[in-house]
Design a binder for this molecule. Sequence first.
Ligand code: OSB
Ligand code: MG
Length: 367
Amino acid sequence: MRIDEIELRIIDLPFVSPFKTSFGSQDTKTSIIVTVRSEGVEGYGESTMDPLPTYREETIDGALVVMRGRMVPWLLANDIDHPAQLLDAWGATRGNPMAKACVELAVWDCYARQQGVPLRTLLGGERTEIPVGASLGMGTIESTVDSVERHIAQGYKRIKLKIEPGWDVELLEAVRGRFPDIELTVDANSAYTLDDVELLRSFDRFGLHYIEQPLDYDDLTDHAVLAGQIETPLCLDESLTSVARVKAALDLGACSVVNVKVCRVGGLEAVRRIHALCTDRDVPMWCGGMLETGIGRAHNIHLATMPGFVYPGDTASASRTYARDIVEQRLEASNGMMPVPTGAGIGVTLDRPFLDSVTLSSEVHRR
Ligand code: OSB
Ligand code: MG
């Protein structure tokens, strides 16, 4: 496979409504859309780093520096047999999993399109639809209970509530009081510390499926301590930034559920290795989301077809987040099941006039 051209395009797409978490409130998605062109076929990838280091430490400007200096020139100078080679080929570039992943994703999509197969087929995914849940940003108790009711009525298979100190027990009492039997989880995005063990233990009575990333964004050891002191299973998100970090988390007992975000862990080959590790140890996985546009969302849907993704993921209907998407296909769940886009690669095509209208800048690098 010979890559002829790579386009790096920055877009900014407005949300239907702001999304509030313990680390801040967002009202648009700024991302890098990567297009690779190889022998007349295009493939697309989407980044998930923010403009500033709010969720993880990578930033859009920093990623552009790394892409222009490393992955882009490497791809324009080297032919490859398979996109699975890239993870190790780029190993000398340290860290920066999101910067690597969005380029790698574009190559995987292009490769699958050249082979004429859906991306999921290359990943061993046989399902043609996947169960999905909904992640609800912070609001008021009343608006959140209403939102849970609406999402359950729409068939979502699991509800995840964003929490932080002061926005937790009262909320959970209200939601659990109304919906005693739904599959319910919480995501703290690192808002607690080990000083909060008593409080976190008090969540045991709500029968949560798991608690996502209660402690520091880069921590493993405190989570391992916490796991020994509460009944509710722990799931890590922010802390899992590579295959090695996932292995360390499982070895330490820092989590018993794994949230996989392809960009956070460094790409699809990293996902395949994490999948092998987790299925080998019977650790349940699910596919996280970062409010992606149709490109990143389609990638997530394909990877969530892999057999180890046994819990409902965050890849909900695009229309919850965007009035209009940059892809022509509508990525919508029905009764909590998200159909996998059909066709080669990730199975979506760009709405080019709309994409151009939300583009802040773009640059093309050629062989
Ligand atoms: O922690 O999972 C998270 C969104 C942005 C950043 C981090 C997270 C999230 C979500 C939303 O929870 C998931 C989605 O709907 O894509
Ligand atoms: Mg999370």
